[in-house]
Design a protein around this ligand. Sequence first.
Ligand code: ASP
Length: 442
Amino acid sequence: MKKLELHWQIMIGMVLGLLFGFGMAQVVWGKQFILDWIGPFGSIFVNLLKLIAVPLILASLIKGISDLKDISKFRNIGLRTIGIYIFTTVIAITIGLVLVNVIKPGEGISEETIAKLSETYANDSNVQGKIAEATNQKEGGPLRFLVDMVPDNAIAALGNNKLMLQVIFFTIFMGISMLLVGEKRSKPLKKFFDSLNDVVLKMVDLIMLAAPVAVFALLSQVVVTADDPEILQKLLSYAGVVVLGLVLMIVFYCTVVSIYTKKNPIWFLKQMSPAQLLAFSTSSSAATLPVTMERVEEHIGVDKEVSSFVLPVGATINMDGTSLYQAVAAVFIMQVLWPEGLTFSNQLYIVLTALLASIGSAAVPGAGMVMLVIVLEAIGFPPDLYPVALALIFAVDRPLDMCRTVVNVTGDATVAMVVAKSVDKLHDPKPKNWDDNYDKVK
Ligand code: ASP
């Protein structure tokens, strides 16, 4: 019998997880049961993915740069990548702003709903935590992000998943230095990293064997910890605008893939689907990164020289879904709480601040909401209303986070394809399976 394709297995796991979660939510002890006995399997899976993220970035970026054999090629790829990332993010924000201004979801929110949401969430420790985190972020001054990018201790940077940009900086620095010492002298190091890269990609294959079970655990946990359905319903029009915008972004990517790279967009989505489904289940582009890299290189055919730089950088700075969400959420909040602030110049300002905020958002669950506070602050939103503002959108944040992370990951993959095509590094894919060598070693 033909084995079911991975994305179908994952999808079945997700549907069963949702159904199981809904079922257990009806039972008194159901929520606790899932938190104690099912959820941990999801966490183990996410830990495994995060575990290999740093070795994978290190090995693949060094392999990528040293294969280039020439620094000017690296500069060329780097500049193109950053330029295209900024372009797609501006498109995302513009789509969000147009939709939220035309559909005006904020106008349907009654005083009573505002009161209920504020009462439920304004003093919630999660909401307060996000405001505190945002205040902390902005205290470092305008060039803080540059300082933060340069590690003062390589081992500490490699030891902390949150310091992905530092790892990228260190690795690029090392890769360029390897090019400069010349092929002969850098050979042993290159061989080591090439081999590490192959081994880590095999680890991704092995971890993915557990994906269907893991997404079952992750989604059943999301369901039992979700908010009151009545509250969710009240925010349906706002959530609908965000989701519509995200769908339009996927259509945009498909158009770019079809027109520029001449590949079939349905094929593209199918190859990417395991990474997209994981992005949806984990709400983290960082945790999904190893799978995104494996799919883009082995199943789409982007050369490692391109993907090894474009994807890790993209996971940390390119967040089209998050920026679209921030634009919609900021205007929605203004429509409800601060209509006098809805000027054209403020909306233009949102384009700039949401662009910077999405670059600054960490690739972890809920990060987009922290940076939303910074967007609000930049346009002069009254600070005493921050808790109410976040309370307004908090209940639907997790489901929206799941959807925007899918777009973040798909955006990175699209840009990887576009950059690869532009430098003639998009080839026919050569997929590898976890058991390619199994017979010899079993
Ligand atoms: N969860 C998103 C990501 O990891 C970031 C966010 O929008 O909160 O890409």
